[in-house]
Design a protein around this ligand. Structure first.
Ligand code: PLP
Length: 302
């Protein structure tokens, strides 16, 4: 079993295949759990503290007390990563995730939360085509859960809203990437991803109230400021998307990935990536010390 990844679970580091949750864990039964995910670049973890800060805010939002402190999560994360890095090649990288689930209610006793820290190799090959061709974004009929019901700003286990969107879009085009609208008909976000458009040299993205405040979204905004690119956080409707010069998606795994079209309507600037997106991708690559697109494109199967 020397080739098996290990995970941290409730005080122990164990082989991934031995990690088990009870069937009545509320995280599984009700989605009553939170998580956060960062990634490595060249085997070095990115913005772990920012992800742990967001993780603890998500825990606070669902009134779930963490059994571990932030510092304990930080140390455990580094231990789990260190133990797993020897299992991947130099050119590969990991998603690195922390989770806390509510646990199992037992009689009158409050449930005991379960804590997990785990790593998964990033799917470079599966997604490489997006860096060559751009993402075909499709907007499904499913709308994002409104903040009045469940705030999209917390990163919780209940992803069925975005999974339904994904299934609807992929049933029409398996390569398409879903971006859902909010209840007002404005572009919102996709599974694990934020959306930006570029218009007249400015980058525009939906306001935080309706989306998860992605760490990569924030990184792209900071880089835009450094490059003197104007940033606006405003409502974006489908007219804005169809008439945008360029568009891109941000996420921990994608960092910045160019969009080719919205609902089959190509971006006004057909370059992949467009010039503003390209500047941001280069700046992102400089920040993380890896050619982001190059890492994906090196796995392309032609
Ligand atoms: N939106 C949702 C719903 C997400 O789950 C994620 C992923 O964490 C994002 C956006 C992008 O956030 P980040 O850049 O921190 O990965």
């Amino acid at each position: 079993m020397a080739q098996e990844r290990v995970v941290y679970m409730n005080g122990e580091i164990i082989p991934e295949s031995e990690a088990r949750l009870p069937i009545r864990d509320r995280g599984f039964v009700y989605g009553d759990a939170v998580f956060d995910t960062t990634r490595t670049f060249g085997h070095r973890i990115f913005k772990l503290d920012d992800h742990l800060d967001r993780f603890f805010l998500s825990l606070k939002y669902i009134r779930l007390e963490s059994p571990l402190t932030k510092q304990q999560f930080r140390d455990i994360t580094m231990d789990v990563l260190e133990a797993n890095l020897k299992l991947i090649d130099a050119g590969d990288d990991y998603w690195v995730t922390q989770r806390v689930t509510r646990g199992v209610p037992t009689g009158d006793e409050p449930p005991q939360p379960s804590t997990i820290v785990e790593c998964t190799p990033l799917p470079f090959q599966q997604r490489a085509k997006y860096y060559r061709d751009g993402m075909p974004v499709v907007v499904p009929s499913v709308r994002r859960t409104p903040p009045e019901a469940v705030s999209p700003r917390a990163k919780m286990h209940q992803y069925i809203n975005l999974m339904l969107a994904d299934q609807e879009v992929k049933s029409q085009n398996p390569d398409a990437w879903p971006i859902v609208l909010d209840m007002n008909g404005n572009l919102c976000e996709g599974p694990g991803s934020n959306i930006f458009i570029v218009k007249d040299g400015a980058v525009v993205t939906p306001r935080e109230q309706y989306v998860l405040a992605g760490i990569s979204r924030e990184t792209a905004i900071e880089l835009a400021h450094e490059l003197n690119i104007e940033v606006r956080e405003v409502d974006i409707d489908l007219y804005d998307a169809y008439t945008a010069d360029e568009a891109f998606v941000t996420s921990t795994s994608f960092c910045i990935c160019p969009v080719a079209s919205f609902n089959g309507n190509p971006m006004t600037n057909p370059s992949v990536p467009g010039p503003v997106t390209d500047r941001l991708m280069k700046a992102y690559s400089g920040l993380v010390g890896i050619d982001i697109a190059g890492q994906y494109l090196s796995r392309l199967i032609v």
